[in-house]
Design a protein around this ligand. Sequence first.
Ligand code: NAD
Ligand code: TYD
Length: 351
Amino acid sequence: MNTKRKILITGGAGFIGSHVVRLFVQKYSNYQVFNLDALTYAGNLENLNDIENAPNYTFIKGDITDENFINELFSTHKFDSVIHLAAESHVDRSITDPLAFVKTNVIGTMVLLNAFKSCWKDNFDGKLFYHISTDEVYGTLGETGLFTESTSYDPNSPYSASKASSDHFVRAYGETYNLPYVISNCSNNYGQNQFPEKLIPLFINNIINNKPLPVYGDGNYTRDWLYVKDHADAIDLIFHEGKQSETYNIGGFNEWKNIDLVKLLCQQMDKKLNRDLGASEKLITFVKDRPGHDLRYAIDASKINKELGWKPSVTFEEGLEKTIDWYLNNENWLNNVTSGTYKSYYQKQYS
Ligand code: NAD
Ligand code: TYD
């Protein structure tokens, strides 16, 4: 293992990225960690308050689609590794504005690949481009079966189509230019610092504020949930020990139908808020379904388990409780991100 590394982490001010940045900054004092983020609505430097003055950490504000800026950045810093998380990440937003997803997720990834390639002029010894992706590229499962690393790509939403496209380009650069890469495809994450547009933090915020909980369709859609710090640990392991040119699926071994998850969340919130048991469940409202809604995602994570010894460290009940506690103790964070443009997004999406 290299004892010194200069790593560019993209999207490090977002939900998963901030946990990855913190882990690398705190665990590897011999690495220089650069966090590049455009600070879109989903990026928030408050997520990293505790490490912002660490000597091995630098924040750079910038857009991965800005070719001149990115090329300049690589020629100045000569990053030996990239962990690429920056993306537009919300399916509902991809349905209303698909082009924004092509721009950041596809073109942004291409700009980074090109900059990395020309920086090292095909001399890739000791270098790595680690692309973070999603299980949604595999499309949807029926009632049974699991996504493995060899499941065919079959994306159904503009979000998953843009992520699938970026995965293909990373792999193509590996085949065509010998660019050293690794890809991981992870299931749904939850935990602290997640923007309250995704199911769990949105519903926590609505329960706090006694607002309706908009369950899409009949609520019988299934997702496989993983605690975000367990994802960050998996990324650490794959970055250091993953085999080049390989894909790793990461999942929680933890499938929940949306409606059952929402009921569990309501029960835990009732306890935390000292409400009568059943009070929060009364907020559940079935609303119009998401178009192209994938029925079920579930990951077979046996490869990363067998080859790298990774498995989730917390149960869903424990992780959910930690998550709820964090949101209840971080009211300011929640208020800051749900003011302004968030309100008009919410109005448009759920009116
Ligand atoms: P997020 O939306 O919380 O954060 C994305 C970050 O990228 C934000 O900080 C944003 O400011 C930044 N960003 C967006 N466009 C940018 C641009 N053009 N240039 C530079 N920065 C830009 O997303 P997340 O949930 O943390 O997801 C991170 C990555 O993990 C994404 O690639 C996503 O596809 C993948 N992923 C997410 C999940 C999940 O459940 N959230 C699951 C599997 C994989
Ligand atoms: P989400 O958190 O948006 O993640 P993804 O679409 O990437 O899986 O949604 C998780 C599940 O919850 C998905 O089946 C859609 C559903 N959902 C609702 O029922 N209501 C909502 O308001 C949201 C945001 C999601």
